[in-house]
Design a protein around this ligand. Structure first.
Ligand SMILES: NC(=O)c1ccc[n+]([C@@H]2O[C@H](COP(=O)([O-])OP(=O)(O)OC[C@H]3O[C@@H](n4cnc5c(N)ncnc54)[C@H](OP(=O)(O)O)[C@@H]3O)[C@@H](O)[C@H]2O)c1
Length: 245
């Protein structure tokens, strides 16, 4: 099996990559920080990956999206599965008042994701098979006062993946949307108190691996977030706007 992971230094994605490595998959890892990428690659080689290729990828570079898919396809001889995992959660004080910062975070969290998924979808459709997974978030289900810029980007990714999944139905390409609740990773340090509601990256990474293996559609992880978010979406606006969270 060949797997491309975009944003491969993500704590969550690395846990998923470990499970593919243990199955002897050939991996292409794309990330922006070469030192962190080399460390992740060494760990995955030690865990049994058949091959591990390291690719440079910066989501803010418009040329990177096509390039990373072309390079991975050539190195792996085709892409059986891909996980798009990169993202940022800048402080609310910054993105709520600084339009440039808001747009930059939107580029990383949404437009770059749409670009790289479009290239991946084209490649997989041509191959006639593939599993294309993306990490969105429960934050995309409803904009909250504390993180609506991030939530808006994740809502865009969720809607994009929903339409892509339907368009590619019957082509052999499965599109998997992962919606984690808070996970205890570097992303939420200082933003969200790790506690009762923050899941561990190992469990979330394993759930993503299972969802990709099965070609599931929309996965909330942990699973209790599905009913929780159904309840959150049903709160009337006149009450919702009074909540401070
Ligand atoms: N942690 C949570 O509570 C949570 C909840 C729901 C969804 N998610 C989503 O899960 C995914 C993975 O996040 P994580 O929790 O594993 O956090 P993480 O460990 O901080 O990973 C974030 C990743 O995004 C990469 N990244 C950031 N900006 C980039 C850019 N311009 N170009 C390329 N890569 C860039 C980071 O690269 P560097 O290593 O170079 O910084 C890192 O690999 C994200 O999409 C996030 O939105 C997380």
């Amino acid at each position: 099996m060949t797997v491309l992971i975009v944003g491969a230094t993500s704590a969550i994605a690395h846990q998923t990559a470990r499970l593919f490595a243990a199955e002897g998959a050939a991996l292409a890892l794309a990330a922006r920080n070469p030192d962190k990428l080399a460390a992740a690659a060494a760990d995955l080689r030690a865990r049994g990956a058949e091959a591990v290729h390291e690719l440079a990828y910066d989501a803010l570079d418009d040329d990177a999206h096509q390039r990373v898919v072309t390079e991975a396809t050539a190195l792996l001889g085709g892409i059986d599965a891909a996980l798009v995992a990169h993202g940022v959660l800048p402080p609310a004080e910054t993105v709520h008042t600084d339009a440039d910062a808001a747009l930059q975070s939107f580029t990383v969290n949404a437009t770059s994701v749409i670009a790289v998924m479009t290239h991946l979808a084209n490649t997989m459709e041509q191959q006639g098979h593939g599993t294309l997974a993306v990490i969105s978030s429960v934050a995309g289900d409803r904009g909250r006062p504390s993180n609506y810029v991030y939530g808006a980007a994740k809502a865009a990714v969720t809607a994009f993946a929903s339409g892509l999944r339907a368009r590619l139905h019957g082509t052999g390409v499965e599109v998997v949307t992962i919606k984690p609740g808070p996970v205890d990773t570097p992303m939420i340090v200082g933003v969200h108190e790790p506690g009762l509601l923050a899941a561990d990256p190992e469990g979330v990474g394993a759930r993503i691996h299972r969802a990709m293996r099965r070609g599931e559609g929309v996965v909330y992880t942990p699973g209790y977030w599905r009913p929780v978010m159904a309840a959150v979406r049903s709160i009337p606006d006149r009450l919702f706007k009074r909540l401070d969270w």
